[in-house]
Design a protein around this ligand. Sequence first.
Ligand SMILES: [Zn+2]
Length: 322
Amino acid sequence: MTHDLLLGNQQLLDRLDALLAQDRLPHCFLISGPVGSGKKPLSRLICAAYLCTAPQGRPCLHCPQCRKVLSGTHPDVVVVDQPDKQTVPVALVRQACADAYIRPNEGARKIYLFPRAHDLNPQGQNTLLKILEEPPAYGVFLLLTDNPDRILPTVRSRCATLSLSPLPVTTILGELQRRFPQADPSACRTAAEQSGGFLGPAITALQATPSTSHTTSFGAVYAARDRLALLQLTTGLERLSHEQLQDTLQQWLELLCAALRSRAGIPSGSEADAIARSHTEQELSEGIDTLRCALEYCHFYVSAGHIMGMLAARLSPPHRGR
Ligand SMILES: [Zn+2]
């Protein structure tokens, strides 16, 4: 199966290929992974694999069926969601289940895609369960989730589970550089290191620049316990817009949390590891509390100048030997 659409996860794609070659693709998949891990591209590949009309090498991604799947216009791929609602309405699930007994329009299969299956309440999931237990021969159900624990065990047991895996930092970094050739290399590296191995969060982090570069500076200054440089950095940020300030503080908070994880022995990226080496757990916890407090101030529209002044004073532990 092609992996241009989905980064990494070769083992998972090979498994799908083997099932496809034997014509044994299950009728229900639970596709799980965090936000930005590739659940949607994977579900598109699976839809195309089911509907592709190429004699071999399915999905070919070129035939009319594949092209309609990729452009989101295939009449036999039905997305079951109402994004403005917190929970996927039960009525919508019922409607999809009833519709599933009407034969496909033009494809060999009719596919129902649930982009946030964990947001189906138990009633919705039980409604879905009935059709999963006795699906029409052409029916396929793809349940996407970033929280598989919220899927009822009875529903889970009906599905083949596909879990997306985190990728090596180098893979993420390579993809960021390919997609954003103009981006600052150190910002790309930081985004890749903080991504947890998933492309979506890496892109979000990279696009948060210029605050990303402020975070790189903060990481270096904080790791060095350099009070003067911290004061200069915070003074320089007093003119940030309210939104930029919140983004920046959130990134600083995430960096210190990563440093705390690093102290617990979990590698968390070179910046976080450097901070972990120069700070005690208590200092990091106090730093995290200070940043949380600053973020709370943001909600009350305290000025950036006041917040940065508070940070300069409270985030500067006395210099000590390594
Ligand atoms: Zn095709």
